[in-house]
Design a protein around this ligand. Structure first.
Ligand SMILES: NC(=O)c1ccc[n+]([C@@H]2O[C@H](COP(=O)([O-])OP(=O)(O)OC[C@H]3O[C@@H](n4cnc5c(N)ncnc54)[C@H](OP(=O)(O)O)[C@@H]3O)[C@@H](O)[C@H]2O)c1
Length: 271
């Protein structure tokens, strides 16, 4: 399925993007990794290149997914130097947690710019290549926070709900062009993003978050890969995350009661 394909991975220098890159290399793909920090990208290329067999490559591209013009140019370079992409994995993302009143407008804009417009920009930029080939695959890494609200995550959840909405419609619009879409909604998993979040998150978020166990990165990466291979549209790694998403859809009032009860017990609020 991935042998001899060109896979573009945004956020490929860290966390889930990097873990998926390792897996796709083992499946025979050539990779184009996009992230902002060139140093981190270079280290990942050094780690992954020895896993390549004849004909495979790992190439790195420093770029900001929020910049559409730059991303279009990067995709153009990838197509001309490595080959036209077969798969796009939109994994680049950031999170900033905090009480709504305390978060500045710039935080909301930054998360929309990277999480939502970053996904949109890369999707728009890759489409001409997929349409020319008559096929393609886009994997959007949203979040369980794009399905269920999480305390302190007004900015993050809004951006991920937007990714979910975008992905839902893309699935319908791109199906006639034989472009397959996957929506990935993980709960929390171990990664540098979560390590940083743990240094400052609100007590309310800490408590609500305990409802879903933080999954090991490898478990999430394996389940995402399996979901793609099985052609699943919605991929939610972990049984408890899947169960919670189902409960919130089937029994929304009950799930709101449970969340409110959890928050009331530890509530501190903005000071
Ligand atoms: N970790 C979790 O618990 C969790 C749960 C649900 C969903 N997710 C989602 O999963 C994805 C990966 O998360 P992770 O935990 O693996 O995060 P991570 O380890 O912090 O990796 C994030 C990656 O995105 C890149 N990135 C960030 N902003 C970028 C930008 N503007 N342009 C290009 N690249 C950018 C980062 O590199 P640079 O900083 O160098 O650009 C890095 O490679 C994210 O979309 C996140 O929202 C994570």
């Amino acid at each position: 399925m991935f042998n001899n394909t060109v896979i573009v991975i945004t956020g490929g220098s860290s966390g889930l993007g990097k873990a998926l890159a390792q897996r796709f290399i083992k499946k025979g793909a050539t990779l184009a990794l996009i992230a902002r920090d060139k140093k981190k990208l270079t280290i990942v290329r050094e780690e992954l290149s020895p896993l390549c067999t004849a004909g495979q490559r790992v190439e790195i591209f420093s770029g900001n997914v929020a910049d559409y013009t730059a991303i279009k140019e990067t995709l153009n370079i990838i197509a001309n130097t490595i080959g036209e992409p077969d798969i796009l994995l939109n994994c680049a993302g950031i999170v900033r947690e905090g009480y709504f009143e305390k978060l500045p407008h710039s935080t909301f804009r930054e998360q929309m710019d990277i999480n939502y417009f970053g996904t949109l920009n890369c999707t728009k930029a890759v489409l001409p290549y997929f349409k020319k080939k008559g096929r393609g695959r886009i994997v959007n890494i949203a979040s369980l926070g794009g399905k269920i609200g999480s305390f302190g995550c007004t900015a993050y959840c809004a951006s991920k709900f937007a990714v979910v909405g975008l992905t839902e419609v893309l699935r319908m619009e791109l199906k006639p062009f034989h472009i397959t879409i996957h929506l990935v909604c993980p709960g929390e998993f171990e990664s540098p993003m979560v390590e940083e979040l743990n240094t400052y998150r609100t007590p309310e978020n800490r408590v609500v978050n305990k409802t879903v166990p933080v999954l090991p990165l490898n478990v999430v990466a394996d389940e995402v890969l399996k979901g793609i291979e099985k052609e699943h549209y919605l991929i939610i790694p972990g049984f408890i995350a899947r169960f919670l998403e189902m409960i919130s859809r089937w029994f929304p009032a009950t799930s709101r009661l449970i969340i409110d009860y959890q928050i009331r017990r530890v509530y501190q609020g903005p000071t």
